[in-house]
Design a protein around this ligand. Structure first.
Ligand code: CA
Length: 229
């Protein structure tokens, strides 16, 4: 099935480069050149992945990201012109799955697009009906869902992958570098803080008191593990 990619970017030359390369890989591409239109396409067309520029006229990329996240767990890759730590952290806080600094290499970008789509593919292609349980939670691997006492908890794909990874080996401590490599899974430019931000967001979603987590535990100076009760 042809996957649909939404590009939200106000610089036409960048739209053209992205569109050309994505179409060459047989993706269907739609695009918007401002945040409002982008948001409306994101919600009405249900794309499989969104490439989202940060600096946009009107509503900026962070706002678009936050608004899309209220409704959808679609993978969002943010494009940032400035190699600023702040942008990356803000983007992740808003629920982006990944960020790419402009100017970017087309090959690197395509590799990341594919990596994210592969993750969503897995859910439909393999028939693993594996369920991992901890506490009052169930991770339904084939449905990419996590439930708490039967109620679905909304997680982004990355949050889901991270939680699933930790839950597969409860009690085992993983370093942040470990998690970057295993969960982000490709040449991710070494931002271990990305792991911390994602862990914090996960805790906010699954812990009753994120300041005193019961499940996702920090091993000081080492990393993180999941405590199965
Ligand atoms: Ca821009």
């Amino acid at each position: 099935m042809q996957r649909l990619i939404l590009i939200i970017e106000d610089e036409k030359p960048i739209v053209d480069i992205l569109k050309f390369n994505l179409e060459r890989e047989n993706y269907k591409v739609i695009y918007a050149m401002d945040g409002e239109e982008g948001l409306s396409l994101a919600l009405s067309k249900a794309p499989d992945l969104i490439l989202l520029d940060v600096m946009l006229p009107g509503m900026d990329g962070f706002d678009v990201c936050r608004r899309v996240r209220e409704k959808s767990t679609v993978p969002i890759l943010m494009l940032t012109a400035r190699d600023e730590e702040l942008d990356k952290v803000v983007g992740l806080e808003m629920g982006a799955d990944d960020y790419i600094t402009k100017p970017f290499g087309v090959r690197e970008l395509m590799a990341r697009v594919k990596a994210h789509l592969r993750r969503t593919d897995k859910g439909t292609e393999t028939k693993e009906s594996q369920v991992i349980r901890f506490g009052e939670y169930s991770i339904l691997c084939d449905r990419y869902e996590i439930t708490r006492d039967g109620q679905v908890v909304e997680l982004t794909l990355r949050e889901f992958e991270l939680l699933k990874f930790l839950a597969q080996q409860p009690g085992r401590i993983f370093t942040r570098e470990n998690l970057l490599e295993q969960v982000w899974g490709y040449e991710y430019f070494g931002e271990v803080r990305t792991v911390d931000v994602t862990i914090r967001r996960l805790r906010e979603k699954i812990e009753d008191n994120p300041a005193e987590p019961r499940y996702i535990i920090t091993k000081r100076g080492v990393g993180y593990y999941l405590k199965a009760e």
